[in-house]
Design a protein around this ligand. Structure first.
Ligand SMILES: Cc1cc2nc3c(=O)[nH]c(=O)nc-3n(C[C@H](O)[C@H](O)[C@H](O)COP(=O)(O)OP(=O)(O)OC[C@H]3O[C@@H](n4cnc5c(N)ncnc54)[C@H](O)[C@@H]3O)c2cc1C
Length: 419
């Protein structure tokens, strides 16, 4: 049995950034992961520091797409009907959160987190020598349907009005900026205050190294099965051994629901939106910054290891096998947007679990010696450092710079009986 001050369950980008930050402040941290560090959603995401994404994961327009979702296994949005009974409690709450007041509450809270996210990442990257991989050169959102230009213009104006800076580019301006794009791309928004990570593997390895250098302990291939309260502390029952902990932080991404219930008694409306990527190692120097398509609903991010095509949402839970046709279809989405053929040699496909709450907001909280940091949906990379800062304020009982109220667990207390 070992005793450490804080045990963090889950070594994804959320657990890892928090582990580094707290260990650097003198907390003795043990970081536990069921696999290797950072190999969950955090390794395969699109690498986009997507501060411009300030709206909840679903709005009323999703309702129109439900019939197609059930019928088309390779559509951008897919619901596996066998998973529907399990998804229902979460889906009902998602629907309720589309009403004007909760929708706006979530929107404001996402906006607030994202407002501080980029600066937080830049400071963190400076401190922990990540500047080789954290680039802040902006990103693009393009359209190719004539009727989408109005929607894009409206979207850009709405965002500018709330302080999310962007510039509408004509087709000519877009193609001057990214000349490898096909001329079917008609216009774009350029978001200057966004960034991307060019090598997630290297960044995670560097952070893990820094954490160890600071004296942090890493336990890999160690799955926490149960957490039992013992006096003032906790007994962690794992597939390896039993550990005693004074304090515990849950950061197990999409896998956090059961342990959160054990720790707090609250059933968090957390499910997974599975996403896919296709990594093309031989496609380099094509794009200079991430390019998302509003009409095709996916993203292309230039990385050191090639071009990463990523996106799509699939509701099928944590246990169903991956449907790699969804990764392959990203090639069909990307090719028409680019002038030259995409080299598919050694293309690697991947599926991962986005941790999504029904109100689109992460759970960032402290309840006595229990810390919660999970549920960052499509924005976990973007919000990792700002979330780590909030947990650090909680840990040391410091004044928050961001009002933590919207992210607290207590928002689910009334509705938890639904699950
Ligand atoms: C296709 C795709 C594209 C995305 N693109 C972006 C993007 O461009 N920008 C962005 O900001 N976000 C993006 N995201 C979302 C982002 O990847 C996630 O929000 C983020 O990685 C969540 O981090 P996490 O640390 O909470 O979870 P994870 O990275 O999944 O880490 C959780 C860890 O907990 C471990 N674990 C689970 N259960 C246990 C247990 N019982 N005991 C011990 N360990 C356990 C797992 O092994 C895992 O390593 C994308 C996601 C996907 C799928």
């Amino acid at each position: 049995m070992s005793i450490s001050e804080l045990h963090i369950i889950g070594g994804g980008i959320i657990g890892l950034t928090t582990a580094v930050m707290l260990q650097a402040r003198g907390v003795q941290v043990t970081l536990i992961d069921a696999n290797d560090i950072g190999q969950g959603a955090s390794i395969g995401n699109a690498g986009h520091l997507a501060t411009e994404q300030v709206f909840p994961i679903a709005d009323a327009s999703i309702l129109r797409h439900i019939p197609a979702m059930l019928l088309n296994p390779t559509g951008a949005l897919r619901l596996d009907w066998r998973y529907l009974p399990q998804l229902m409690p979460w889906a009902i709450q998602l629907l309720l959160n589309m009403r004007a007041v909760p929708f706006d509450t979530s929107h404001q809270a996402l906006l607030r987190l994202n407002q501080d996210s980029l600066k937080a990442w830049q400071q963190f990257a400076n401190t922990w020598h990540l500047n080789d991989w954290v680039e802040v050169k902006g990103s693009l959102l393009t359209v190719e349907k004539q009727r989408s230009i109005d929607a894009l213009t409206h979207h850009g104006k709405r965002l500018n009005d709330i302080g999310v800076s962007n510039q509408l580019l004509s087709q000519q301006q877009l193609l001057e900026r990214e000349p490898t794009l096909q001329n079917n791309q008609l216009a774009a928004l350029f978001f200057p205050d966004t960034g991307h990570v060019t090598n997630l593997n290297a960044m995670i390895a560097q952070l893990t190294h820094s954490f160890r250098q600071l004296g942090g302990t890493v336990r890999t291939h160690c799955r926490v099965e149960h957490i039992v309260r013992r006096g003032d502390g906790f007994k962690l029952v794992t597939n390896q051994n039993t550990m005693m902990a004074n304090k515990v932080m849950l950061a197990a991404g999409a896998h956090s629901k059961t342990l959160a219930k054990e720790l707090t008694g609250i059933s968090v409306p957390l499910d997974t939106e599975r996403g896919y990527h296709l990594m093309l190692p031989n496609v380099t120097q094509r794009l200079s910054i991430p390019v998302s398509s509003m009409d095709r609903r996916f993203i292309m991010t230039p990385m050191e290891q090639g071009l990463r095509l990523a996106g799509t949402v699939e509701y099928a839970g944590l246990n169903a096998p991956a449907n790699m046709r969804r990764a392959q279809m990203l090639h069909q989405l990307a090719q028409p947007m680019l002038r030259a053929p995409l080299d598919m040699t050694d293309a690697a496909q991947w599926m991962g679990f986005r941790p999504s709450t029904a109100d689109s907001l992460p759970v960032i909280d402290r309840i006595d010696n229990v810390f919660l940091n999970f549920g960052h949906q499509h924005l976990g990379l973007t919000q990792a450092v700002v979330s780590a800062q909030m947990i650090t304020h909680d840990y040391f009982n410091e004044v928050h710079t961001i009002d933590p109220t919207p992210y607290r667990l207590s928002r689910f207390v009334k509705s938890s009986s639904l699950n």
